[in-house]
Design a protein around this ligand. Structure first.
Ligand code: ADP
Ligand code: ZN
Length: 292
């Protein structure tokens, strides 16, 4: 079975072909431009590939309510040309196959649950900490959509006492994303996160914020695994610091060894590495083909 997979990111698109064993047989990547040229490349790529279904995990916010006339559209985004764009409809016109359609983070959570760090578990939360912060939730064997879809990147956080940066979220200023996404690090310290040494105070502050997000996920959702991905998490020393902050915040309240002594296996990096999103899109495609 050949299944198409599209990981639509704010910076780049990755398209690939996979099979039901979770093997990626081919893939390409190109920068995200305005919708027409970008989807033009997607259509060209899949044109002769003979796929039986296509799964899409995309940046958003997007409409994922099948009962809505706006299903398959991007809702609001600062990315030029994409607000209100009929992403799914544009592809459906070209390919007469079943489509899976969900957020990039839900796709990543799904891929991780099927083949990655949460394999065999019926729940996990997947955070991406990159240009923005997003959260995908898989619970009791299903991706969580709810009213629109979770937007856990914009939760309120307690300010770090030494943080004088006002935050960059255009809606909330100092929500989680506003103080802890990659651009917050860059604006606060005047250099990109990738250029800050492991002993720079930026990382303690970052862990303070992400640790709260992890604790919030534990308290709100009680997922069986918490997976932290995205560009900022390339700083490998950050993960142990985040675990410590989450533990400090929870302060023994959740009495389960998996959250206490077992934190190293509970809060982890993506098992599928940087292509968790593409695997997730493949998993969505398989589900659309009835082969989940
Ligand atoms: P996106 O969120 O756009 O899909 P990424 O997940 O790669 O893409 O996140 C990009 C963000 O991660 C940028 O803000 C960048 O500065 C930051 N970033 C990338 N690499 C590193 C690194 N090694 N250390 C710290 N921050 C990084
Ligand atoms: Zn916000």
């Amino acid at each position: 079975m050949r299944i198409g997979a599209i990981e639509a990111g704010g910076t780049k698109f990755v398209c690939g072909i996979g099979d039901e064993e979770g093997r990626i047989l081919d893939r390409i990547s190109f920068p995200t431009e305005r919708p027409e040229p970008t989807l033009g490349k997607v259509i060209d790529y899949f044109r002769d590939k003979g796929v039986e279904a296509i799964g899409i995990g995309t940046f958003g916010p997007i409409n994922i309510d099948p009962a809505s006339p706006m299903y398959g559209h991007v809702t609001t985004t600062p990315k030029p040309g994409w607000t209100g764009y009929d992403f799914l409809g544009t592809l459906k016109k070209e390919f007469d196959v079943p489509f899976g359609w969900d957020t990039d983070v839900n796709a990543a959570a799904y891929g991780e649950a099927k083949w990655g760090a949460a394999k065999g578990l019926d729940s996990c939360a997947y955070f991406t900490i990159g240009t923005g912060i997003g959260v995908g939730v898989y619970a009791e064997g299903k991706l969580v959509h709810g009213l629109v879809h979770p937007e856990g990147g914009h939760i309120p956080v307690k300010r770090h006492p030494d943080d004088t940066f006002e935050g960059f979220c255009p809606y909330h200023k100092d929500c989680l994303e506003g103080v802890a996404a990659g651009p917050a690090i860059e604006r606060r310290w005047g250099v990109k996160g990738s250029e800050l040494g492991a002993d720079h105070p930026a990382w303690a502050m970052e862990a303070y914020y992400i640790g709260q997000a992890v604790a919030t996920a534990v308290l709100m959702l009680s997922p069986k695994k918490i997976i932290l991905g995205g560009g900022v998490m390339k700083q490998e020393h950050l993960l142990p610091m985040i675990r410590e902050e989450a533990k400090r915040y929870l302060n023994g309240y959740v009495r389960d060894e998996r959250v206490l002594a077992g934190m190293d296996e509970y809060v982890v990096a993506p098992g599928l590495g940087e292509i968790a999103g593409l695997y997730g899109a493949l998993a969505l495609g398989l589900a659309a083909a009835g082969r989940a």
